[in-house]
Design a protein around this ligand. Structure first.
Ligand code: 3PG
Ligand code: MG
Length: 396
């Protein structure tokens, strides 16, 4: 991969596409700055070389042009603190004002451009818009792994204007290298843990992981659709009625491919979606009427943990239960603990997806797993074996 470690960016205007799509609270404080932290090595490299770092990103999904709550201005102070320099801000991302903001930059300066998605042309992959962005820099670096699955103007189209001056940032390289460790020559047994609310959105990844892994563990809300597929009764648990047949065929597929598919066997149930609800446990195929399953039960934890502790490569996407509520957090926490323990014993573990990463942080496991991805959708796409437009654009 062509990355920036081996070149000097001295004196260059360096356009860096990052993913500063970070969660903000109601006062616009950043509640999780992982994606900003992860982009620091690339930005620091540009500063150290004596280049001009021009940072471009999107934030949220603005619908109709400028919306104050989605302004990248909210990231300026925090980036200044992280870099210990005064980061500047341009209130647009193209046009005369931005051009003059860049013209007044000194070597070593950092400037954040306003949210690219205030222009619908960004998501449309508009060529003219990409060209206007490209004109702002001498070199283009893509370090936005979290957005690498989008073929947008700033993530893919723009690269065409830098045939000899386009590079992967250090984060993007690390992300791809970590995924490669897991997928290309995994040490076995190789176990994938897939959770989260819905099968929809994870079907392709489950199917393609069948060709790669030895064990595939299914937990979280989607486990109840599988329980229904096995003929169980699941009370008021989350179910995707239109995916029950698909769940049946996934169970059959796993068998054909010789993958051990580990489905949740027991469930922690509640009579309301509420931490203070009345709780009872049952087999997952026997959830009583009036109850909904909100976490995996003790037998599932024991069984999954045994498999995880025996694994040499582990990938995890999606929580095992509603871990945000204390009474339904045990399954996610215990599975996280098993992954940390396996990692300590030498396994390679990769965690991705907003909710699982939030869980890993909440439980204090962040430095006990091998790699935490900054991508959710992008990581899933890669695991599905699909090409990421943001990666292809640099390689071609
Ligand atoms: C994300 O958080 O998923 C990335 O920043 C991409 O954003 P998007 O899903 O709105 O394209
Ligand atoms: Mg997304």
């Amino acid at each position: 991969m062509k990355n920036i470690s081996d070149i000097s960016l001295a004196g260059k205007r360096v356009l860096i596409r990052v993913d500063f799509n970070v969660p903000l609270d109601e006062y616009f404080n950043i509640t999780d700055d992982s994606r900003m932290q992860a982009a620091l090595p690339t930005i620091k490299k540009v500063i150290k070389d004596g280049g001009k770092a021009i940072i471009m990103s999107h934030l949220g999904r603005p619908k109709n042009g400028f919306e104050a709550r989605f302004s990248l201005k909210h990231t300026v102070k925090h980036l200044s603190d992280l870099l210990e320099i005064d980061v500047r801000f341009s209130s647009d991302c193209i046009g005369e004002n931005t051009i003059s903001d860049i013209a007044s930059m000194e070597n070593g300066d950092v400037l954040i451009l306003e949210n690219l998605r205030f222009y619908p042309e960004e998501k449309a992959g508009d060529i003219n818009f990409a060209k206007q962005l490209a004109n702002l820099g001498d070199v283009y670096i893509n370090d936005a792994f979290g957005t690498a699955h989008r073929a947008h103007a700033s993530t893919a189209v723009i690269a065409d204007y830098f045939p000899n001056d386009k590079y992967f940032g250090l984060l993007l390289s690390n992300e791809i290298n970590s995924l490669k460790i897991a997928l290309d020559k995994p040490k076995r047994p190789f176990t994938a843990i897939i959770g989260g609310a819905k099968i929809t959105g994870k079907i392709d990844v489950i199917t393609s992981l069948f060709d790669k892994v030895d064990n595939l563990i299914i937990g979280g809300g989607m486990a109840y659709t599988f329980a229904k597929a096995m003929g169980g009764t699941i009370g008021n648990s989350l179910v995707e009625e239109d995916k029950v047949e698909l769940a049946k065929s996934l169970i059959a597929d796993a068998q054909k491919k010789g993958v051990q598919l580990l489905l949740t066997s027991d469930s922690v149930n509640a009579d309301d979606f509420n931490n203070n609800a009345t709780i009872q446990n049952s087999e997952i195929t026997n959830v009583p009427n009036g109850f909904m399953g909100l976490d995996i039960g003790g037998d599932s934890i024991t069984h999954f943990s045994t498999i995880i502790l025996d694994s040499k490569t582990i990938i995890w996407n999606g929580p095992m239960g509603v871990f945000e509520m204390e009474n339904f957090s045990n399954g996610t926490k215990k599975i996280g603990e098993a992954i940390c323990k396996a990692t300590k014993n030498g396994a390679f573990s990769l965690v991705g997806g907003g909710d699982s990463v939030a869980a890993v942080k909440q439980f204090g496991f962040a430095d006990k797993v091998s790699y935490i991805s900054t991508g959710g959708g992008a990581m899933l796409k890669y695991l599905e074996g699909k090409e990421l437009p943001g990666v292809v654009a640099i390689q071609k």
